[in-house]
Design a protein around this ligand. Structure first.
Ligand code: ADP
Length: 502
């Protein structure tokens, strides 16, 4: 029998969840009986033990997904029926909004005020959006020069998809991955991040309740180098989708290449520029720039971590920015505190990595304008931090920090600004702040990034594609573009009276 855990929230509520691996719509223990501890990042205390998948468990999950693909899902369930089941799942997410949000906040540390109004509602919206696509993703008929043939394409499901997700938006990344995969008829083996497996376990109950047939969606908890690597190199997984660090993304691609050349989509890191022009609405730009880096404690792949402020407004802008950061320092709290905006970093490891970046920044000669310290005396909180006068090749100007650390640059000449903004390995996102709309659009078109915001930051919609240029990834999530990640295009050539050549 797989285990259960009762989670106690600081608000007094409790939730009991199953902690096994979710295979064939049943919670089962790992074959070797192993479990691992899950920690509340606000306190550093263990809150649950969950089953830990090994490569053998991945094999079992893949068998179940393969059988479901052949026998019940894929082309066996009418597309409109797949959509209907996903719509039911979206409804169930809405009905369980607050419990899911509480679990998310306890496990990840993010404010409940945000998980309950943004993360979980976005999960429902994403599932519903792709549910709508289930019976609308058609091929084309194609005219060619010779009129003696008829050509058309079909968008067929790929098969069994392995999906590996990160810990920064555990439920939302779960939805981004499963919704397009299931809507298009694939079956799935998904591995959650070892830091944050709990909200997905609650989701598994809803998946069974929504009527997703056994084997269609299997969810395992486990570690990257074991369970994640087993997915990436599995010979019977047809496609792997990954969101996480660029380093691991490279490994996933190598594993896919050296196993069965499974298809790969990757959503990786970023070092996104935020550009402020002197005609920007300053208060607005300060607020967006602050949200751009401090939202989710800086643990956002499209965080605006490199800020470029025009020289003529630099001093005024920085004063206002400092004020905002001071305000957020006062709101750096346990996610269940009423006025929390910035929670802890997700783990001791992430905390240590960020503090190391801060120390490196100081040694590299950058000026620490604000923050730079641990916040509080328990959990993994870090003060909102600003560096100025940063050397171009300083590590903090080049590497993704994935924490509440902003690097600020001054700019004068627009051409030089664009070159500096694009001078990065990454190309996930960028933002421009200006009241001159033509200037905003011109700059947006010159930036090498998959997403550019004008006068906002971090705002994403299920309908609009998201993904990276350069080392920030391969493929697009969200929107109609995401469907291409989960379908094979088949071209059918039908002879209409054409004679054979010999
Ligand atoms: P971070 O360093 O921020 O924790 P990772 O990229 O390591 O980010 O983690 C994102 C996801 O990738 C997690 O689910 C993790 O378990 C998984 N992962 C880590 N290493 C590997 C690996 N070698 N192969 C497959 N998945 C991995």
């Amino acid at each position: 029998m797989a285990g259960k855990a009762t989670l106690s929230f600081p608000t007094g509520e409790k939730s009991t969840i199953s902690t096994g691996l979710f295979i064939d719509n049943k919670f089962v223990p790992a074959l070797d009986g192993k479990t691992f501890g899950v920690v509340n990042p606000s306190t550093g205390e263990e809150i649950a033990q969950v089953s830990e998948a090994s490569a053998k468990d991945i094999d079992v999950a893949v068998k179940s997904a393969r059988k479901a693909f052949k026998e019940v899902w894929g082309e066996k369930t009418p597309a409109s029926q797949r959509g209907k089941i996903l719509m039911r799942l979206a409804d169930l997410v809405e009905q369980n909004n607050d419990e899911l949000a509480r679990i998310e906040s306890l496990d990840n540390g993010k404010p409940f005020s945000i998980s309950s109004t943004f993360d979980v509602p976005s999960v429902a919206a994403n599932i519903r959006y792709f549910a709508g696509w289930a019976d609308k993703n058609h091929g084309k008929t194609i005219e060619v020069d010779t009129q003696s043939d008829f050509h058309y394409t079909r968008h067929e499901p790929i098969g069994v998809c392995g999906q590996i997700i990160p810990w920064n938006f555990p439920l939302l990344m779960f939805a981004w991955k499963i919704a397009p995969a299931l809507a298009t008829g694939n079956t799935v083996v998904l591995k959650t991040a070892e830091q944050t497996p709990l909200s997905a376990l609650k989701m598994c109950e809803l998946i069974a309740e929504a009527g997703v047939p056994p084997g269609v969606l299997n969810v395992v908890s486990g570690f990257g180098p074991v369970a994640g690597a087993a997915i990436a190199s599995h010979m019977d997984i047809d496609k792997v989708a990954f969101t996480g660090s660029t380093l691991v993304g490279r490994n996933i691609m190598k594993a896919a290449a050296s196993s069965n050349l499974k298809k790969v989509t990757l959503e990786l890191g970023g070092k996104s520029p935020t550009i402020v022009c002197d005609d920007a609405d300053l208060d607005n730009a300060v607020s967006w720039a602050t949200c751009g880096i401090l939202m989710n404690s800086g643990q956002v792949c499209c965080a605006g971590s490199r800020l470029f402020v025009q020289d003529t407004i630099y001093d005024k802008f920085m004063e206002k920015l400092q004020e905002k950061f001071t305000m957020i320092k006062g709101m750096t709290k346990d996610g269940f505190a009423k006025d929390s905006f910035q929670g802890p970093q997700v783990s001791q490891l992430q905390f240590d990595r960020i503090m190391e970046h801060i120390e490196t920044g100081k040694k590299e000669g950058a000026t620490l304008r604000q923050g730079g310290n641990r916040h509080g005396d328990k959990g993994y909180f870090i003060e909102p931090t600003i560096f100025e006068n940063v050397p171009v090749d300083a590590k903090i100007n080049r590497e993704e920090i994935f924490g509440p650390v902003l690097v600020v640059n001054k700019w004068k000449d627009e051409e030089e600004l664009i070159a500096r903004a694009n001078d990065t390995l990454y190309g996930l996102a960028a933002a421009v702040h200006t009241t001159h709309i033509r200037k905003g659009i011109e700059i947006a078109h010159k930036l090498q990034a998959g997403t550019v915001w004008i006068n906002q930051h971090n705002m994403l919609n299920p309908q609009v594609p998201f993904g990276g240029f350069k080392a920030s990834g391969i493929g697009r999530e969200l929107g109609e573009y995401a469907l291409a990640n989960y379908t094979n295009v088949k071209a059918v050539h039908l002879a209409l009276g054409r004679q054979p050549p010999i």
